[in-house]
Ligand binder design. Structure first.
Ligand SMILES: Cc1cc2nc3c(=O)[nH]c(=O)nc-3n(C[C@H](O)[C@H](O)[C@H](O)COP(=O)(O)OP(=O)(O)OC[C@H]3O[C@@H](n4cnc5c(N)ncnc54)[C@H](O)[C@@H]3O)c2cc1C
Length: 469
């Protein structure tokens, strides 16, 4: 334990988190200092809470001693919000992983924050329900992390994000106060909506210990279609056409030509040689109406550039389509030594202009920009591939990113749909949020966390640097 932490503090920690509930050896702490951003900072200790009361105690102690504290689910976040302040404490929620109650008639599930998303889906499915947020990392990310980033996935286009699917929270604010927000009912308007404020706050306002998740019934029937286009702009025009008619797909994913190249190498899917973009579209509903819904989508998907549209012939083909879509992100790591991975969003009618101008920006900086993502929400994972060791390319990649963000704002978009700001995007925040609104947000942070101990240096511009591994 570094000498910067007072001995009395360390003793109280060890007394209240005995045995394997605390790591202080740097070798043990090391692996709790990173996330999927590849940034890293070594914490002074990792504490594994097992109850709300233990979280409350820890926050009170850290607040009293002004010790930085970062909540951690499973560290799969991509923007560095899980990386602790150097020499701060990591609060690991992974052992608070119980499902406390399931009430199908009331359509909610009460869970501890460290439960995995997939465990929630499996438990809900036994009652014929699901929880709509479905990040590709569902098998290894926690509900607490999902809420802190407002993480979603393909289903958000029809069913929304955690903000639309969480009824209430139990949490501990930065000054160690226990709070409950929201309701157990599907209606309620008493007091301010702190649930929606805390969701997406990246662990900077409060630590969630429990969440009341709103459940949705599973559909009787699902059909998966793939539509292939000879031109990327034609594909994005089809997205706007699909979203402007009454049948809402439960997934509308977009994959561009460069990403299709990866798919061709990593799967057995056969694609026409002229394929420049693919839409993966899923429609759900009851058995009687599904064919009608599919027909509506097929009609809307037709543009001059459509090469083929067909439903998956078999469950195996459907699974293969989703498998390749979900492995795109990890597969990209092998494409270039570095990638800047953004999740920009624009209104769907601006997607054709977005992809056209992204192509121009890529040419201007002589870089590969590869796009795929949740196009039904206008949410595109834009990946700038580059070599960080090449000084010129590194510099071009970051100027390219700056221009991409300016374009997104010009098109009335937002810098992040689901990955958050964390450390990696905080210097760009002022592009989207004006000074007065930022000041109000900083005031809210002070109200919840007067000593600034909760996940300091995240979201807001300026702060100390951390190491990239
Ligand atoms: C292969 C892969 C695929 C992915 N696919 C998607 C995707 O499709 N969609 C998507 O949105 N994201 C995706 N992600 C990103 C990531 O999985 C999500 O952001 C996820 O929600 C993070 O959960 P976690 O438990 O790992 O949280 P962590 O990374 O540990 O933490 C994330 C943030 O939440 C805070 N936090 C964690 N627990 C709590 C708590 N109890 N109280 C308060 N704050 C807390 C942390 O301080 C941090 O700010 C993907 C990541 C990977 C590696």
């Amino acid at each position: 334990m570094p000498s910067s932490l007072p001995a009395s503090f360390v003793n109280r920690l060890k007394a209240n988190f005995p045995g394997d509930q605390i790591y202080t050896d740097p070798a043990d702490c090391w692996s709790y200092g990173y996330d999927n951003s590849r940034l890293h900072a070594l914490p002074s200790a990792v504490v594994f809470a097992k109850s709300h009361e233990q979280v409350e105690f820890l926050v009170q102690l850290c607040n009293h001693e002004h010790v930085p504290l970062t909540a951690r689910g499973r560290g799969t976040g991509t923007t560095g919000a899980t990386v602790p302040a150097p020499h701060g404490i990591v609060l690991a929620l992974e052992r608070m992983n119980s499902i406390l109650e399931i009430s199908p008639a009331d359509r909610y599930m009460l869970v501890q924050a460290g439960v995995l998303n997939q465990e929630v889906q499996d438990a809900a499915a036994r009652y014929g329900f699901f929880w709509p947020p479905d990040p590709s990392s569902a098998g290894f990310c926690t509900i607490g992390g999902n809420l802190a980033y407002n993480s979603a996935g393909p289903r958000a286009v029809k069913y929304g994000t955690p903000r639309e699917n969480t009824l209430g929270l139990r949490a501990v604010t930065g000054n160690g106060k226990s709070i409950r927000t929201g309701v157990f009912t599907t209606k309620g308007v008493v007091g301010y909506d702190l649930t929606r404020l805390l969701i997406g706050s990246e662990g900077t306002l409060a630590i969630f210990t429990e969440a009341i998740l709103k459940l949705t019934p599973l559909s009787e029937s699902v059909q998966t279609l793939r539509a292939i286009y000879s031109d990327i702009v034609g594909a994005t025009e089809a997205i706007a056409r699909i979203m402007s008619q009454p049948t809402i797909p439960c997934a509308l994913e977009f994959i561009d030509r460069s990403a299709l190249g990866i798919i061709a190498r990593h799967s057995s899917l056969e694609l026409p040689r002229e394929a420049a973009a693919l839409l993966l579209i899923e429609v759900d509903g009851d058995r009687e109406s599904i064919e009608h819904s599919v027909a509506n989508i097929e009609k809307a998907a037709v543009t001059e550039q459509l090469l083929e549209i067909r439903t998956a012939h078999s469950p195996q083909e459907r699974d293969e389509l989703w498998r390749v879509r979900k492995t795109l992100s990890p597969a990209l790591r092998k494409m270039a030594p570095g990638k800047i991975n953004e999740d920009i969003v624009v209104p769907v009618t601006r997607l054709p202009e977005l992809v056209t101008r992204l192509d121009l920006i890529a040419r201007k900086y002589n870089l590969v920009i590869l796009n795929f993502g949740h196009a039904g929400n206008g949410n595109i994972h834009t990946n700038i591939l580059y070599d960080p060791a090449d000084a010129s390319e590194n510099e071009r990649a970051h100027r390219c990113l700056d221009e991409v963000f300016d374009l997104v704002i010009e098109l009335q978009g937002t810098l992040s749909g689901e990955h958050g700001i964390g450390l990696v995007k905080k210097d760009y925040l002022a592009k989207e949020i004006d000074a007065d609104t930022l000041t109000l947000m900083r005031g809210i942070k002070r109200q919840f966390d007067p000593n600034g101990i909760l996940n300091p240096d995240k979201i807001f511009p300026a702060g100390p640097s951390v190491n990239r591994d």
